[in-house]
Design a protein around this ligand. Structure first.
Ligand code: COA
Length: 165
């Protein structure tokens, strides 16, 4: 769901030109007996992210160049790891101004509903805010309303979408 373009959106120079690009922060969140590590703009291999993406969305693995894509186009991304293994990811695209867009929050099925997705989104919110963004947009299917609206703090709004191909 997309937040309407704010009338008073300030696209001026208050937005840092290189927001948080050098900010690599490691955070850790204890869950039960396991420790999940979260890293903003953390390194990953395309193969491991393609595997997690395929598992989370239930499709066959692809060979997308995620590393090239996020480095060219994203404000940032966050990786969640369990004992070194990539288990979750979120991507934050950016218009270069005050709008950021949350894309592809994913958690491997075996670890879903343990708070990892919510923590990844919290990190995305924190970094988009500290980069000077005013709005973080997301769209989602109805079955994820509780995740986005209750767990992650998004508010419902009107939005539109065109399937281009
Ligand atoms: C969406 C996704 C990233 C959420 O990650 P997660 O780690 O499972 O989420 P959390 O554990 O932080 O969820 C917190 C709360 O959000 C809600 N929630 C999360 N996933 C949900 C789902 N699939 N259906 C309904 N509610 C859900 C629940 O209220 C949950 O709390 P609860 O487990 O105590 O009931 C994960 O389910 C996923 O990878 N799904 C497949 C890929 C996908 O659809 N991504 C989103 C694209 S828009």
């Amino acid at each position: 769901m997309l937040v309407p373009h704010p009338v008073n959106a300030n696209t001026s120079t208050t937005v840092p030109l290189t927001p948080a690009f050098t900010s690599i922060r490691r955070t850790r969140r204890r869950y039960g007996e396991t420790v999940i590590g979260y890293e903003w703009r953390g390194r990953f291999d395309n193969a491991e992210l393609n595997r997690v993406h395929a598992e989370a969305f239930g499709h066959r693995p692809t060979d997308d160049d995620w590393w090239g894509q996020v480095n060219r186009h994203s404000l940032g991304w966050s990786c969640a790891r369990l004992r070194g293994r990539l288990v979750g990811f979120v991507n934050v695209a950016w218009d270069g101004g005050v709008h950021a867009i949350l894309l592809d929050p994913i958690v491997v099925p075996s670890l879903q509903r343990h708070g990892i997705g919510g923590s990844l989104v919290s990190q995305a919110v924190e970094h988009a805010r500290s980069a000077g963004c005013e709005w973080l947009h997301v769209d989602f299917d109805d079955h994820l309303r509780a995740f986005y609206l209750q767990r992650c703090g998004f508010r419902a709004t009107g939005a539109g979408l065109i399937r281009l191909r």
